[in-house]
Design a binder for this molecule. Sequence first.
Ligand SMILES: Nc1ncnc2c1ncn2[C@@H]1O[C@H](COP(=O)(O)OP(=O)(O)O)[C@@H](O)[C@H]1O
Ligand SMILES: [Mg+2]
Length: 291
Amino acid sequence: MLVVKDVGKQYGDFTALNEINLEFERGIYGLLAPNGAGKTSLIKMLVTLVYPTRGEILYNGTNIVELDEDYRDILGYLPQHFGFYKHYTPMKYLMYLAALKGIEKKLAAAKIEKLLESVALTDVANKKMRKFSGGMIQRVGIAQALLNDPKILILDEPTAGLDPKERARFRRILTSLSQDRLIIISTHIVSDIESIANQVIMIKNQKVLFNESAQSICETLRGEVYETMISNAELETFRKMYAILGEKQEEGNVRVRFVHKGESEKGWINATPNLEDVFLYEYRDRLQAEG
Ligand SMILES: Nc1ncnc2c1ncn2[C@@H]1O[C@H](COP(=O)(O)OP(=O)(O)O)[C@@H](O)[C@H]1O
Ligand SMILES: [Mg+2]
């Protein structure tokens, strides 16, 4: 229903995205890549806040820019930097937004009550947001994105600044919202989407690297992820020879997890690749540069 067709995005001479082709139906799609990969650029094009330099985005065959308001009517969006009014309560804030969207007051009140319940904010519905945790604010953000009961829900880095418990709650909420909807979540944190996304889209070098289930992405490293114990003295050399995925000190030695494309060696144990492995492997240059 939502099709990204040969889309490219330039900022002046700088190419942020190139030859992006994607098709979205219903379910949860995770857009997974490190910072600077172009996630927000893609998302802003999907919500018509910026326009592609090349190509087009179609909803049921029509360019979304052309659809304009008809498209925005079915769209819910939580921006990466969600602005809210800390002196407002969630109830007042959402009533205000509902009024902007032209939703009738009585209808809005009933709807907002339900929404606040679905994001577990009923208890604080009439408390000022000033003292809210990051997770509570993000849940207000989801509630505002759901005001128009959108068919398409797009969330840009919705778990930034949340603790593990809040992340888990967030995943549960998204899963419960995903029936009958298309949800697109961008993140640079593998665990945010690994267990809930039906499809994972990874961007590398301005292009789509993977667009499939987490399981089949992991297949790309099958037989090539190993673990072994080495001494601390060997570590430097080992790091130079192999793509390290993890290092853990254990009783004076180091357990290393790494990728090797050639023959196995004595003492190496084959490990089952997970999405984190693929992420660390594919973006190793970039992640190293970041430190
Ligand atoms: N308005 C802009 N003008 C110039 N460069 C931009 C602009 N927005 C993003 N970029 C650049 O495009 C690249 C992708 O950015 P972005 O889409 O924000 O990535 P992500 O959301 O994955 O971190 C980055 O190198 C960023 O600096
Ligand atoms: Mg971003």
